[in-house]
Design a protein around this ligand. Structure first.
Ligand SMILES: Cc1cc2nc3c(=O)[nH]c(=O)nc-3n(C[C@H](O)[C@H](O)[C@H](O)COP(=O)(O)OP(=O)(O)OC[C@H]3O[C@@H](n4cnc5c(N)ncnc54)[C@H](O)[C@@H]3O)c2cc1C
Ligand code: SF4
Length: 565
């Protein structure tokens, strides 16, 4: 007997089929079933996570959907389940098994319960799907339009054709939800929190703590919430009412955002630390990296961050050149090259020092940019910006590159080809090659900082100052929204655990793998009474249309007995 590694379909025969009759995966995606699996009844197989096949009342379409979605519990966070130095089997099943089988959920930095929210959309339960998303990623309406979607890279469906459109399905739930369910704030727990920065990380941290009764104040230097989501991502990609609505769900919990309050200028970090039980630094990476070539100071050279900020805040008359060259190949650059065309530029050129295979933006975005008329030049690096007698940009000199030895990132380093310099005429140069932290607001409070000037953190994201934590892009460097949201959730948990005195004492958290006999059959934990259910207990959700929303929240009996949860 063979089992499809993509969807779990069982094929009875001496050789695998040419194609999986359920999901269409090719023969090489089948594996021979091991002795323990062969000879089990369909119901027993279902207990191993092989769902739907052979059951009355479930046709092949439903069984395919169910198995492809493979329902798994939402509260998965297995590496962190060990407490108090004691070793317990992980009730979530073997992490490797999990990662192999539900890779999308593992790949989402916020561990969004993808299969369940897609199932809810498939059932037309948009509002439930939206709420389920909000539990995990806080801003589903926004993310459904511009998440970096690491989950889709991991989607098993890719092994058949293309990944499921996980991100856009999130947008479907948000746009069609019809109603927004507002939460009632919990009773105050008497503790106060100050957060520096109302970006996605600060807002997520605030929400998580407010839900536990903390009184939260956020200090934000801009007049708007959302950080780069508002001041960077252009409105044509993310409508502002979508951001405002999702931020309102957080302020509804009692979180106060103090706009136009720059920490380090309008209020000092020391004061926040003196007046609050907890302070969290989530200031992001808000300083643009310079080009470092002659002519950078010329009129007409601007940073991508500043340009997008001016456009987003509409504070200034934003000038754009007729011919614009944007240097860089990331999120910021992509937003700039398309925005200038919308503001009236006649030519928009994007330059990138590596090849199109290494550019860190999505293929779809590149395609859209090219359709809109953006020209992309790969394998070139600027060597100087050229100005006229009035100090205004008239061109940029670039040198062509060839690929050399791999660099620290493992990618082949672009090396300039001597003599290949050429000039691109332009009247505006946008520099979008990276961002870094601005640490001036720290006010000299920290002795222990790293080479970026960011306070050193312990394993619980806490600085040397007794009540100051840090998280998000400010700590991990420029990443993406969902990683910063994931970090906001993590730091909020760690803070709450410290305040309640439930942080694990040991430095290194240990993982005890479940015994190998459970690895291919994690649900055997149930049959042997070790757990009431496991993350992989799909058998509970066999019937399409069941109410899944409450399923999977309970802790296993094993964990409750041994860990006291
Ligand atoms: C132009 C652009 C487009 C992007 N597009 C995408 C995308 O499509 N998808 C994606 O996943 N990621 C994208 N990213 C990356 C994403 O924006 C970041 O990873 C994310 O914003 C990090 O969130 P954060 O909350 O850590 O920081 P930020 O969003 O930077 O928020 C930090 C907040 O702190 C405030 N602040 C800083 N210093 C102070 C101070 N001293 N006092 C008070 N307030 C302060 C800032 O004003 C800001 O509001 C993009 C980035 C840029 C620059
Ligand atoms: S938040 Fe982003 S990474 Fe997570 S499931 Fe949604 S689209 Fe995927």
């Amino acid at each position: 007997m063979f089992r499809c590694k993509v969807c779990g379909w069982i094929h009875e025969g001496a050789t695998p089929p040419d194609e999986c009759p359920s999901c269409g995966a090719p023969a090489d995606r089948f594996r021979a079933m091991d002795a323990a699996e062969v000879g089990l009844t369909a119901r027993e197989l279902a207990a191993l996570g092989i769902v739907g096949q052979g059951f009355e009342g479930i046709d092949i379409e439903d069984s395919r959907r169910i198995r492809l979605l493979s329902f798994i519990d939402a509260s998965f966070f297995s590496p962190f389940t060990i407490r108090s130095g004691k070793r317990y089997p992980i009730y979530t099943g073997d992490p490797q098994w999990f990662s192999d089988n539900i890779p999308c959920m593992t790949a989402c930095p916020s561990h969004t319960d993808i299969s369940r929210y897609i199932a809810l959309v498939a059932d037309g339960r948009y509002a439930d799907s939206y709420e389920l998303n909000r539990e995990h990623n806080v801003f589903p309406g926004c993310l459904g339009r511009m998440c970096a979607r690491p989950c889709e890279d991991a989607c098993r469906r890719k092994e058949v054709d293309a990944p499921i459109g996980i991100c856009y399905i999130k947008r479907v739930a948000a746009d069609y939800r019809g109603e927004t369910r507002h939460e009632v704030p919990p009773a105050p727990n008497g503790k106060t929190v100050a957060i520096v920065g109302a970006g996605v990380c600060g807002l997520t941290t605030a929400r998580q703590l407010a839900r536990k009764g903390y009184s939260v104040d956020i200090y934000e230097r801009f007049p708007v919430p959302g950080g780069v989501m508002w001041t960077g991502v252009p409105e044509w990609r993310l409508p502002r009412d979508v951001i405002a609505e999702e931020v309102a769900l957080i302020t509804d919990l009692g979180v106060r955002i103090h706009y136009n309050m720059e920490v380090g200028k309008d209020i000092q970090l020391q004061q926040l630390s003196d007046e609050h039980d907890v302070v969290v630094l989530t200031a992001g990476c808000q300083t643009a990296t310079g080009l470092g070539v002659p002519g950078e100071e010329l009129e007409g050279v601007v940073s991508g961050l500043q340009f997008l900020e001016d456009v987003a805040l509409g504070q200034k008359d934003v000038w754009v050149g007729k011919r614009v060259v944007t240097v860089g190949g990331g999120f910021t650059s992509m937003d700039c090259v398309r925005t200038v065309l919308r503001l009236g530029s006649e030519r928009s050129v994007m330059t990138y020092r590596r090849t199109m295979h290494e550019i860190p933006v999505e293929e779809l975005e590149l395609e859209e940019a090219e359709i809109e008329g953006v020209e992309i030049q790969y394998m070139v690096t600027p060597t100087r910006v050229i100005g006229d007698e009035n100090g205004h940009v008239i061109g940029i000199e670039l040198v062509k590159n060839e690929l050399g030895e791999p660099d620290a990132s493992g990618r082949r380093r672009p090396m300039p080809v001597p003599g290949s310099e050429f000039v691109e005429e332009c009247d505006m140069v946008i520099v979008a090659i990276g961002q870094k932290q601005d640490n001036r607001f720290l006010g000299g409070m920290f002795k222990n900082v790293d080479r970026r000037g960011v306070p050193l953190l312990d394993q619980n994201l806490k600085t040397e100052v007794h009540n100051i934590w840090a998280a998000g892009d400010y700590v991990i460097n420029p990443t993406n929204f969902i990683s910063s949201i994931g970090e906001g959730k993590r730091v909020a948990d760690l803070i709450d655990q410290e305040i309640r005195g439930t942080l694990p004492k040991e430095k290194e958290m240990e993982i005890t793998r479940i015994p190998t006999e459970y690895v291919s059959a994690p649900n055997a934990l149930i049959s042997e009474g070790v757990a009431e259910w496991t993350m992989t207990s799909m058998s509970r959700r066999l019937v399409w249309g069941d109410d899944y929303t409450g399923v999977g929240r309970a802790r296993s009996r094993y964990v409750r007995q041994h860990v006291g949860e």
